[in-house]
Design a protein. Sequence first.
Length: 99
Amino acid sequence: MAATKLDSGKSFPTYDQCRVLILGCGNSTFGEDMIRDGWKGPITNVDFSSVVIEQMKKKYCNSAFTEKYDCPEMKFVCADISKGLPFDEKSFDLIICKG
């Protein structure tokens, strides 16, 4: 995939470098689907439900998944987006609000 130029003159990162944040991930396979489609950059998933976050960690944060798709481990963070997020500014290149 060729990089896309942004208004600021910077190039949008390619699939293998793009830092993705998925807000309101729930128990969806959105992050997995992105990996299956070739995304190799880090993917961070956020949801307010600690139960869901723990379930998703068990499902995806293991060597069987990362070795199968040759990808970095997805991250799962329990946070309420209405109260702010625990990330530094400009930590992500692509933010998807799924919730």
